[in-house]
Design a protein around this ligand. Structure first.
Ligand SMILES: NC(=O)c1ccc[n+]([C@@H]2O[C@H](COP(=O)([O-])OP(=O)(O)OC[C@H]3O[C@@H](n4cnc5c(N)ncnc54)[C@H](O)[C@@H]3O)[C@@H](O)[C@H]2O)c1
Length: 351
């Protein structure tokens, strides 16, 4: 198998690549890691892998059609795990344009590169539970309607649409996985868990949106990586979708309390700030289809969160390098005003 992993220097890509090469997964002859190294990509995440003869890193844009087509041909790629994306909802609210380019044009460029390619086995689009929108009750199955609320989610839903279209129109062997919120090592500290852990370690405020009762469904990134390999092994029909969830639903407020407890930091670090516009109240996936094929998550939330918190505590140099750069400007833009108007008690939703 000759695999191309896009977004390989990001959070999920890094974990997927490291796990794949460390476990000496049988059948992997080549693993080409493609990443543009945007603000969210970090080449240092892949340090040490260069000595593996199966591994090659290429800096490039997934939306660059010619470059992508040439790479797929030159490396005789037969499997693609497509993680590259603009991923931060808050940034998409400020400007959706980069999300359209990378998430939609990028997916299209990859699909074009494999269309009609003899012997090509599988294009796996790593999508998200956010395409289903907020779920008041029950859990989203793979056939639930797509109702994206944020520009990020809209771009992922549009990319899913292209995957369906290329499967139906051209018979491209392409499948979609939709996972819930991931947590684990190497996550860029703009996302909730590493943001709160690193802020708490520095004694800084934890800016919690709205009333803190938005519910997310947490999946350890190791379980996610295993699920992706499991789906690749299923040889699913073109256009099939699989939800990936460990069914760990939790309000953000409860998650924040757990983080503070693990770090032995005081509850008064929490500041309730103005909510994110269009903030989905709850995501909840029904993973029954994938479980019926034999996949099971292995990491309990208590163990996974403790290990994750310990990882950031022990890797101060990793996250300080990020947080001291341009990230600081972003953080100030995003949170200074909000923190100035924050309160110590929960706010009403949408306030
Ligand atoms: N993290 C989660 O909780 C989560 C949940 C559901 C779905 N997903 C999906 O999983 C995938 C990976 O997410 P992540 O959390 O690892 O994201 P991330 O932001 O940590 O990493 C994204 C990576 O993509 C790279 N990239 C961005 N634009 C690129 C371009 N034009 N060309 C090449 N590379 C580019 C970045 O440099 C970065 O390394 C995304 O598709 C995301 O939508 C993530």
């Amino acid at each position: 198998m000759r695999a191309l992993v896009t977004g390989a220097a990001g959070f999920i890509g890094t974990n997927f690549v490291r796990q794949t090469l460390a476990r000496k997964r049988e059948g992997i002859d080549r693993l080409v890691a493609l990443d543009l190294l945007t603000y969210a990509g970090n080449y240092a995440n892949l340090t040490g892998l260069e000595s593996d003869p199966r591994f090659r890193f290429v800096r490039g844009d997934v939306a660059d059609r010619d470059r992508v087509a040439a790479l797929v041909a030159e490396e005789a790629i037969d499997v693609i795990v497509h993680c590259a994306a603009e991923t931060h909802v808050d940034r998409s609210i400020v400007d959706g344009a980069p999300f359209l380019v990378t998430n939609v044009h990028g997916t299209l460029a990859l699909l074009e590169a494999v269309r009609g390619r003899p012997g090509f086995r599988c294009f796996l689009h790593v999508s998200t539970d956010e395409v289903y929108g907020s779920v008041a009750e029950g859990r989203s199955t793979e056939s639930a309607p797509l109702r994206p609320s944020s520009p990020y989610a809209a771009s992922k839903a549009a990319a899913d649409g292209f995957v369906f279209a290329y499967a139906a129109t051209y018979g491209v062997p392409a499948v979609i996985t939709r996972c819930s919120n991931n947590y684990g090592p190497y996550q860029f500290p703009e996302k909730l868990i590493p943001l709160f852990v690193t802020n708490a370690l520095d004694g800084e405020s934890l800016p919690l949106y709205g009333d803190g009762m938005n519910v997310r469904d947490w999946l350890h990134v190791e379980d996610h990586a295993e699920a992706l390999w499991h789906v690749l092994g299923l040889r699913a029909a073109p256009g099939e979708v699989f939800n990936i969830s460990a069914e760990n639903e939790m309000p953000n407020r409860a998650l924040t309390e757990q983080i503070l407890r693990l770090l032995d930091r005081p509850a008064n670090l929490v500041r309730y700030v103005a909510d994110r516009p269009g903030h989905d109240r709850r995501y909840a996936l029904d993973p029954g289809k994938l479980r019926a094929t034999g996949w099971r998550p292995q990491v309990s939330f208590a163990d996974g969160l403790a290990r994750t918190v310990a990882w950031y505590r022990e890797r101060r140099a990793w996250w300080e390098a990020i947080k001291s750069g341009t990230y600081r400007d972003y953080y100030d833009r995003m949170y200074s005003g909000r923190l100035a108007g924050s309160s110590a008690a929960p706010r009403e939703p949408g306030v």
